[in-house]
Design a protein around this ligand. Structure first.
Ligand code: HPA
Length: 273
């Protein structure tokens, strides 16, 4: 058994013992500026990542590092309040234990959220973008070292078509403008250069960010359905006139918080297995 497998087993046992028989159906990962969604969880049970073997402790402000179990709109959830990024660990597998633990706990799907820079001139700070596909040109995969044929994951429908349609119709019904696009993963922690953004545009990116893609790959490998939302916090490098910074990311993420909360609550309230 690998160290990661041992951690998944131990973390699953700890969560099950403390979770008052909640079997989560949906796993959520709350990215920069979105951790307040955990306040929407009814009857929350909070477990610090520090208590869970193999759950990395995020060291980026805006990422609390707690697992919150409970229900939203009657659907049981396990919510990661914060994530760890590739750039913190130089390890694309850093989210492997949490994602596989969510699967073993009983999750059928994951909802991943992040902050991102926009390449779409019509989607400025405070917009929300549904990710319909991604580009991984980082040269790394969280599946490096896996064995067996299961590692050759088909990513054609990585972003679940049913969920994409559902989010679009929820947004239409609520009068929320939901953009749609391709997320390109950059390793960070530095922001991109204007030349990198021009290259990303030619390649077909609509937004850029430093997270989520390894989690999508791990989730697909684990057999979880995936939906992912980006909060646009800035125009990408070279497209706007403001200085890019993490403070700006956290500040501007707040503009879209209410819309994202509404989308997530509606999605979870109407979720059926
Ligand atoms: N680039 C990468 N990550 C980001 C950005 C960006 O412009 N904005 C928020 N996260």
């Amino acid at each position: 058994m690998s160290a990661a497998d041992g951690h998944i087993e131990e973390s699953t046992a700890i969560i099950t013992a403390r979770s008052d028989a909640i079997v989560p159906k949906i796993g959520l990962v709350l990215g920069s500026g979105l951790s307040s969604f955990a306040d929407r969880i009814d009857n929350p049970i909070i477990i610090p990542f520090g208590d869970l073997p193999g759950f990395p402790k995020p060291a980026v402000s805006g990422h609390e590092g707690r697992l919150v179990l409970g229900t939203v709109g009657g659907t049981s959830v396990a919510t990661m309040q914060g994530r760890t990024h590739y750039y913190e660990a130089a390890d694309a597998e850093v989210m492997k234990v949490p994602i596989q633990t969510l699967k073993i706990l009983g999750c059928e799907a994951v909802v991943l959220t992040n902050a991102a820079g926009s390449l779409n001139p019509n989607a400025g700070p405070g917009s929300v973008m549904l990710i319909s596909d991604h580009i991984n040109f980082m040269g790394v995969s969280p599946l490096f070292g896996e064995v067996g044929n299961g590692r050759f994951v088909d990513m054609t429908n990585a972003y679940d078509k049913g969920f994409l349609n559902e989010f679009k119709s929820i947004a239409d019904g609520q009068g929320i403008r939901l953009h749609n696009g391709v997320y390109m993963w950059f390793c960070g922690p530095q922001f991109e250069t204007p030349a990198e953004i021009r290259a990303a545009k030619i390649l077909g990116a609509t937004c850029v960010g430093m997270s989520t893609v390894p989690e999508v790959i791990l989730a697909c490998h684990a057999g979880l359905r995936v939906v992912a939302l980006s909060i646009i916090t800035n125009f990408a490098a070279g497209m706007g006139d403001t200085k890019l910074s993490h403070e700006q990311t956290l500040r501007n993420a707040k503009i879209a918080t209410a819309d994202v909360h509404k989308l997530l609550v509606s999605f979870l309230s109407s979720y059926k297995s």
